[in-house]
Design a protein around this ligand. Structure first.
Ligand SMILES: [Zn+2]
Length: 391
């Protein structure tokens, strides 16, 4: 996961303010603890998927580890009924390969069934450039959380999707070259650039999973992103008891999701978001202790290891996505969310108005985003350099 994150107080700069008519995502939880028992996602198996990735070595673009990963993943996906495509791209000095897998109740390629995409990057960072020890700055990181966790959740989702009998098409996208040197999100960018207008319009939602394995998981609302989709995630977390004030006896005493915390992260989801595809990033950017740059002390360091991720964190995120898939909460949410979320207490007429303005206001919003984000990045870089020189 990459570069530039700025923690915002929502009062200072909030997309909610830009789109107007919005209400906070949280209200009284309407949780049903028994739902947890009905879900299939296996956190222990996902954790093993991280261990397996780490055993391959650094998953750098063009490396043997990277090709071994793709080969094994493709075999697994074929065996469970996915249609798999390996899409090769080139940018500057990088050759990289995205893995895209499709599971659909129909083999009709021109089907107009809804289409949900879930994605994660599978490359690991080639340099530990945030490590306190400068001798590690040219060394690759393990990437247990950054790369490994999202990839593992996606692999476990792939295993359970065939048994969910979803009445729509689901596509899983493992992107390459998200996190190399000063180049970020190359795989997702290449994927997005190769979409036809027809394909863009056929995608109901794009859900990115990045840095979701932190032992101390605290998912934040990552912007830019689609507010309606984030509301769906909040609603699910409420139902499953994954929020702060839950009564469910989950694996986490204090909850794993708090969307009153907002961060700004340039990540893979920005590319489909720019195309107008409803997109979100499920992420806990604070990995380790908090730092000035908004990421944690383990981010892009040699401490991104298996010891700092947990099966319980993967389980929570996997369950949230599985619940949303099964209950069709990532399709048609622009028009049907009021009826499908009756009783949640966190959808309202105002929310629907907000929803309808999301796309129409996206030009204004994106303009604001892409003017301010580079300026903020520069400020952060200058600040970091100033403080590191001062040390
Ligand atoms: Zn990263």
């Amino acid at each position: 996961m990459c570069v530039c994150v700025v923690l915002f107080l929502s009062a200072l700069y909030s997309p909610v303010t830009l789109v107007g008519n919005s209400k906070p995502s949280f209200s009284t939880p309407n949780e049903d603890c028994s739902l947890l028992d009905e879900l299939n996602f296996n956190g222990t198996r996902a954790f093993s998927d991280i261990e397996w990735q780490l055993s391959l070595g650094p998953r750098l673009p063009e490396s043997n580890a990277s090709s071994t990963f793709r080969e094994n993943l493709s075999n697994m996906l074929h065996e469970i009924g996915f249609e798999v495509h390996l899409n090769e791209h080139q940018h500057q000095n990088y050759n990289f390969t995205n893995v895209q897998a499709r599971y659909s109740p129909t083999t009709n390629a021109s089907s107009t069934l809804p289409r949900v995409m879930v994605s994660a990057h599978y490359d690991s960072r080639n340099i530990a450039d945030r490590d306190e020890n400068v001798s590690y700055h040219s060394q690759p990181i393990d990437g247990a959380n950054d790369g490994g966790s999202g990839t593992a959740v996606l692999m476990e989702l792939a295993r359970i999707i065939p048994m969910l009998n979803l009445p729509y098409t689901i596509e899983l996208l493992w992107t390459d070259a998200e996190d190399q040197d000063d180049n970020f999100t190359l795989g997702a960018k290449a994927w997005a650039e190769n979409l036809s207008q027809e394909e863009i319009e056929s995608i109901d939602s794009f859900i990115l999973l990045d840095m979701v394995g932190d032992r101390d998981l605290k998912l934040q609302k990552i912007m830019p992103g689609n507010d309606s989709l984030y509301n769906q995630i909040s609603s699910i977390a409420n139902k499953l008891g994954y929020t702060e004030n839950s009564k469910c006896q989950t694996d986490f005493p204090l909850g794993v999701l708090d969307y009153t915390n907002t961060s700004f992260v340039f990540d893979d989801h920005v590319h489909p978001h720019q195309l107008g595809i409803p997109s979100i990033d499920i992420m806990d950017p604070v990995y380790g202790n908090e730092t000035n740059n908004g990421f944690g002390t383990f981010w892009h360091t040699m401490n991104d290891t298996i010891d700092n991720v947990s099966p319980e964190s993967l389980l929570a995120v996997g369950r949230i996505v599985e619940y949303g898939l099964v209950n069709e909460m990532f399709i048609d949410f622009y028009t049907s969310n009021d009826s499908s979320n009756d009783g949640d207490g966190n959808m309202s007429q105002n929310e629907e108005n907000t929803t309808s303005t999301d796309r129409s206001s996206s030009d204004v919003y994106q303009l604001a985003l892409f003017i301010t984000l580079p300026i903020l990045c520069i400020i952060i870089v200058v600040y970091n350099r100033t403080t590191s020189r001062a040390r």
